[in-house]
Design a protein around this ligand. Structure first.
Ligand SMILES: C[S@@+](CC[C@H](N)C(=O)[O-])C[C@H]1O[C@@H](n2cnc3c(N)ncnc32)[C@H](O)[C@@H]1O
Length: 181
């Protein structure tokens, strides 16, 4: 994980009411599986507190930022842009190229991983360096983000250390043990 550039997840779109949990789960998945930052736009910005609350309790580093102009962020991004979409190229075919490009480039411009909610504008497909599919079947932004990050980090994110946590889960075969740090 340490020899890759920073990974930022951009959540595009958010339907108030319908997408509250989904947007929160995009953030929690990004955080848990090794991304460094989450960018929320429009009404999705309301979910910031829920994700920040988890980072406060269970540790970071993980930042949530908001933008009113996600399309501009995307078009002006100085690093690589990966858009997760069922219409893209299979992750198992492009991942080696993507990883090769990222490895050993820590400190370079951050990688932007884009996931949608409802229909994603065609400009997003054009702005992306890679349109990547986790199967060409419709499913969810949370699932595709999880698979993509795990493949990007080759499982290394599962062993990361968390900083400044108020509490930590102690793994147990049975039961639920949480300790204050
Ligand atoms: C519920 S889907 C909506 C997709 C929408 N029908 C469209 O045309 O873009 C929400 C998001 O999940 C992600 N997603 C869904 N299926 C995917 C797949 N097979 N591979 C990669 N990402 C996927 C995409 O980021 C998509 O924008």
């Amino acid at each position: 994980m340490q020899d890759t550039p920073e990974v930022v997840v951009l959540r595009l779109g958010h339907r108030p009411g319908r997408d509250e949990r989904m947007t929160t789960h995009v953030g929690l998945t990004a955080r848990a599986l090794g991304a460094d930052r989450l960018l929320l736009s429009g009404t999705a910005a309301d979910r910031r507190e829920s994700v920040d609350a988890v980072t406060d309790r269970f540790g970071g580093p993980f930042e949530v930022e908001t933008t009113d102009q996600p399309q501009r962020v995307l078009e002006n991004w100085s690093g690589d842009v990966v858009h997760l979409t069922m219409y893209g190229l299979p992750v198992q075919e492009v991942m080696a190229d993507i990883r090769r490009r990222f490895q050993g480039r820590a400190g370079d411009a951050a990688v932007l991983v884009v996931v949608g909610a409802e229909k994603v504008a065609f400009e997003v497909y054009e702005a992306a360096d890679w349109n990547v599919a986790v199967t060409n079947q419709p499913h969810s932004e949370v699932a595709s983000l999880a698979v993509f990050l795990d493949r990007l980090f080759e499982g290394g994110e599962l062993d990361r250390d968390w900083e400044d946590a108020d509490r930590v889960v102690v793994p147990e075969a049975e039961g639920k043990r949480v300790e204050d740090t």
